[in-house]
Design a protein around this ligand. Structure first.
Ligand SMILES: *[C@@H]1O[C@H](CO)[C@@H](O)[C@H](O)[C@H]1NC(C)=O
Ligand SMILES: *[C@@H]1O[C@H](CO)[C@@H](O)[C@H](O)[C@H]1NC(C)=O
Ligand SMILES: *[C@@H]1O[C@H](CO)[C@@H](O)[C@H](O)[C@H]1NC(C)=O
Ligand SMILES: *[C@@H]1O[C@H](CO)[C@@H](O)[C@H](O)[C@H]1NC(C)=O
Ligand SMILES: *[C@@H]1O[C@H](CO)[C@@H](O)[C@H](O)[C@H]1NC(C)=O
Ligand SMILES: *[C@@H]1O[C@H](CO)[C@@H](O)[C@H](O)[C@H]1NC(C)=O
Ligand SMILES: *[C@@H]1O[C@H](CO)[C@@H](O)[C@H](O)[C@H]1NC(C)=O
Ligand SMILES: *[C@@H]1O[C@H](CO)[C@@H](O)[C@H](O)[C@H]1NC(C)=O
Ligand SMILES: *[C@@H]1O[C@H](CO)[C@@H](O)[C@H](O)[C@H]1NC(C)=O
Ligand SMILES: *[C@@H]1O[C@H](CO)[C@@H](O)[C@H](O)[C@H]1NC(C)=O
Ligand SMILES: *[C@@H]1O[C@H](CO)[C@@H](O)[C@H](O)[C@H]1NC(C)=O
Length: 718
């Protein structure tokens, strides 16, 4: 990538960051390779054929033939094709004609191209009958004119969009009890994750060592890849399937095996996080920077995990790979598919949902799989929705009642609040600005960003030692150019007592997520409060009358510490970044006739598992848990709850599960008032009003009530 491109990428990042704030950005900083194919350039196309895919040909055959097999509607059966018969046999080689769909695709390509060069990446046969192929635009055009072909779409890019949430959702006293306790909650149900993979060594995904029998569900037939990064033994009775799909990325030449891992291993962190939110083991201690933040549990801690990695740290992902992942998940017999990913932009085509991913998901839903997708972090404006189709259950992000706040008390008795998962100080300490503690050989003209405290060799240890260092926090931290971790290393090298970060006035107020800190520390997110701190500091300096040199640093402060959670936050509240409905472009003439999102769930400041080699967040690198925010975190909450519903009512169809979740949702926050929606990224709590269905769909999920839904609307008719 050339340097001019790199600078435009930074500019783009910069704009995005200004608009969207902190972790939201981590999802946006991916997948730049989204350009429309140029005339001369070979590109990946996804081709769908007119003939039905395996799963539906099989269903048609069933309906024609043995009625007693009970497709969909018989009681006592699961509504899930794969429970009844093993459709794998059908998909790979059709029982009647015995043909191999992959060979049929090859034959179509051979006939279409007669000796021309092309590269087939995947044959899709289970949910959609089609393939992806690397060809020129002229060749794509040639394919689209063929009789067997339904459509040809150019491949497009996609991106990735707890300790306490089980309690906030009332699971221990509610839903889990109905399932026989957390020891069995979700057992027998398989959730498939289309994400960045998984860290199989994480305790959240360890096998259950207890004597309980915990069989791999017999309707699941997936496999685990074995590679150097994902050795034999990585899978167990909790993590029962793991594969990766990267042909499109590899063909484009952007796959970087040293950070993307050609295996199901999660080099990012996002996939381990989302999988543990839905299905992580119960009672796993969350220890980050040496502090214990409580114990984590997935929503359905005994459900099984099948991983279909199709997203990657360095570039995001592509539809051709995602469709292959979804096709495989369905064929393997997952009960639920959880997608914490959305297209980077509206997919090509006349309506948002006529794209290969959504068509594959339609087929999955028809085959009885409940599909959950994150709404996207593209809010808060109307029609900012990134999840489109009526057959997908779309989840927006809300806050929950746990917040971590921190504060600093100044020597003049003013208290300023801030964020930081940090211990407090034992007493008042002298404050010293980094800019007043430079070595003789360092100036701000040498290093404009020296105030961000990234290198201890810039500072005079004699001045800093035993004092609280004041450092500046700028957009560079959001971009990962400076890090909190590095600043604390500086403080440690200089034997400082802690760090107070003030907000660079250039940064327009955005929401900061709590960041773990090894030593006493706080970030003051408000520019106004930052000014108050600096004024107090400045006015307490004593300078030499003549030389104007500082002779005494008079300001003192203590940090109270932010390791303890406060559960009195008014919640839930729809987060500003949660994408809003309605679906922007869902028909030829009129828009706005599809209700989106369907529901909201906790998505803000969610603690969950982190990959040991996850690099998506610099601040959590090397930690085994991370606190993340986004609709990516909301969707797996619903995937886990859907597993509980599926366990209790095995015969529920996807739309019955959707109905159970929707009709039982709540419209009130925990104080009994209407659920509020943040409507601006800057000062979101000052720009809020009662949420509408376009902010939260049917409302905030009520886990207990969804397991006792009373009436369910089963809209599934094929
Ligand atoms: C189906 O449900 C009905 C009513 O709930 C019941 O009478 C019948 O025995 C069930 N059939 C099977 C095959 O379970
Ligand atoms: C599917 O194939 C497997 C092995 O290839 C076989 O054991 C099984 O009986 C087949 N199932 C059906 C329903 O034909
Ligand atoms: C179908 O054909 C493909 C390509 O020729 C081959 O790789 C695959 O193993 C075949 N599958 C079966 C079940 O024969
Ligand atoms: C691949 O990733 C490694 C490690 O992050 C990096 O050093 C290298 O420059 C990357 N290669 C390319 C071609 O981007
Ligand atoms: C958290 O887990 C640890 C170890 O599994 C256990 O000793 C402790 O009691 C748990 N704490 C809570 C609050 O559940
Ligand atoms: C910096 O320079 C001044 C004189 O110019 C000297 O007194 C002081 O000791 C020097 N400080 C350091 C840390 O080198
Ligand atoms: C400045 O001086 C300090 C100590 O005198 C030294 O450790 C540091 O490396 C020097 N920095 C530069 C940029 O020369
Ligand atoms: C802290 O000190 C170590 C050892 O001198 C050094 O390698 C490291 O770069 C320093 N860290 C920072 C952030 O200055
Ligand atoms: C710091 O205080 C002095 C007087 O005490 C004042 O003249 C100066 O403008 C102040 N500087 C800032 C940046 O507030
Ligand atoms: C918890 O938060 C509430 C509301 O923000 C605040 O009023 C209260 O003082 C906090 N409690 C503690 C112990 O910090
Ligand atoms: C959730 O549902 C349960 C059971 O129906 C009910 O008792 C509870 O009040 C509901 N919670 C909210 C917040 O509406």
């Amino acid at each position: 990538m050339g340097s001019s491109c790199r600078s435009c990428r930074w500019l783009r990042l910069f704009v995005v960051v200004l608009l969207l704030g902190f972790l939201v950005c981590t999802s946006f900083c991916r997948a730049q390779d989204d350009s429309e194919p140029d005339d001369e350039i070979t590109a990946v196309y996804i081709v769908t054929l007119k003939q039905a895919p395996s799963v539906h040909r099989f269903a048609q055959e069933l309906r024609r033939g043995n009625k007693n097999h009970g497709f969909h509607k018989q009681n006592g059966t699961s509504g899930r094709l794969s429970r009844l018969n093993n459709p794998r046999n059908v998909s790979i080689s059709h029982p009647r004609s015995g043909y191999n769909i992959s060979r049929v695709h090859d034959s179509i390509l051979r006939r279409a191209f007669k000796g021309e060069k092309y590269l087939k990446l995947y044959s899709y046969h289970y949910l959609i009958n089609g393939f992806s192929v690397f060809v020129t635009p002229q060749q794509a055009e040639k394919l689209s004119r063929r009789r067997e072909v339904a459509n040809v779409v150019s491949d497009f890019s996609v991106r990735t969009a707890t300790t306490h949430t089980p309690q906030f959702l009332g699971l221990p006293q509610g839903a889990w009890i109905q399932e026989g306790g957390y020891e069995t909650a979700g057992e027998g149900v398989v959730i498939g994750f289309i994400d960045t993979g998984i860290d199989p060594t994480h305790p959240s995904f360890a096998d259950d060592a207890s004597e309980h029998s915990y069989p791999v569900p017999s309707h699941f037939s997936g496999i685990c890849e074995v590679t150097r990064d994902f050795p034999s033994g990585s899978c167990n009775r909790k993590l029962i399937g793991a594969r990766h799909f990267a042909a499109s990325a590899i063909t484009r030449g952007i796959f970087n095996s040293s950070q993307d891992y050609a295996s199901p291993f999660d080099g990012d962190g996002h996939g381990s996080h989302t999988a543990s939110v839905a299905a992580g083991n119960h009672g796993i201690p969350v220890v980050v920077t040496g502090h214990h933040f409580g114990n984590a549990s997935g929503m359905a801690p005994r459900s099984h995990i099948a991983v279909y990695k199709a997203l990657y740290k360095s570039f995001g992902g592509f539809a051709a790979d995602v469709v292959a992942a979804i096709d495989q998940a369905a064929q393997d017999g997952v009960d639920i598919i959880s997608l914490s990913i959305t297209p980077n932009r509206r997919p090509p085509g006349i309506a948002t949902f006529f794209n290969p991913i959504d068509m594959a998901l339609l087929s999955a839903a028809k085959a009885g799989i409940f599909v959950v997708q994150a709404a996207g972090n593209t809010g808060p404006s109307p029609k900012s929705m990134s999840s489109f189709s009526p057959w997908i259950f779309t989840v927006g992000a809300a806050s929950h009642d746990r917040i971590y706040t921190n504060s600093i008390i100044l020597g003049n008795s003013l208290t300023i609040s801030g964020v930081g998962l940090a211990p407090g100080t034992d007493k008042m300490y002298t404050l010293i600005s980094a800019l007043h503690a430079l070595n003789n050989n360092t100036t701000t003209t040498d290093d404009m960003y020296v105030g961000e405290c990234q290198d201890s060799s810039n500072f005079n240890q004699d001045l800093v030692q035993g004092n609280l260092l004041i450092c500046s926090y700028s957009i560079r931290f959001v971009l990962g150019l400076s890090t909190i971790k590095q600043a604390f290393e500086t403080a440690k090298n200089l034997s400082a007592a802690g760090i107070v970060f003030y907000m660079d006035p250039f940064v327009i107020g955005f929401q900061l997520n709590p960041t773990p800190m090894k030593m006493p520390g706080i970030i003051i997110p408000s520019p106004d409060d930052s000014k108050i701190l600096l004024q107090y500091y400045n006015s307490s300096l004593e300078r030499d009358e003549v030389t104007k040199k500082i002779i005494k640093f008079g300001a003192v402060a203590c940090i109270l510490g932010g390791l303890k959670a406060n559960f009195s936050n008014s919640a839930p509240k729809i987060m500003y970044y949660s994408a809003r409905g309605p679906d922007p472009e869902d028909s030829f003439l009129d828009d706005a006739d599809i209700m989106k999102p369907n529901l909201v769930a906790p998505g803000n400041s969610i603690w969950a598992a982190w990959s040991s080699l996850g690099t998506d967040s610099v601040e959590f690198q090397g930690e085994s848990f991370a606190m993340m925010s986004g609709t990516s975190m909301a969707a797996p909450h619903i995937a886990g709850l859907a597993a509980l519903i599926k366990q209790k009512f095995p015969s529920f169809s996807p739309s019955a599960i959707a109905s159970a979740l929707s009709t039982s949702a709540t419209l009130y926050d925990k104080n009994g008032g209407p659920i509020m929606a943040q409507r601006a990224y800057a000062k979101p709590d000052e720009n809020q009003s009662p949420a509408t269905p376009f902010d939260m769909g049917s409302g905030f999920v009520n886990a207990t009530a969804s397991l006792d839904p009373g009436l369910v609307f089963d809209a599934s008719k094929s």
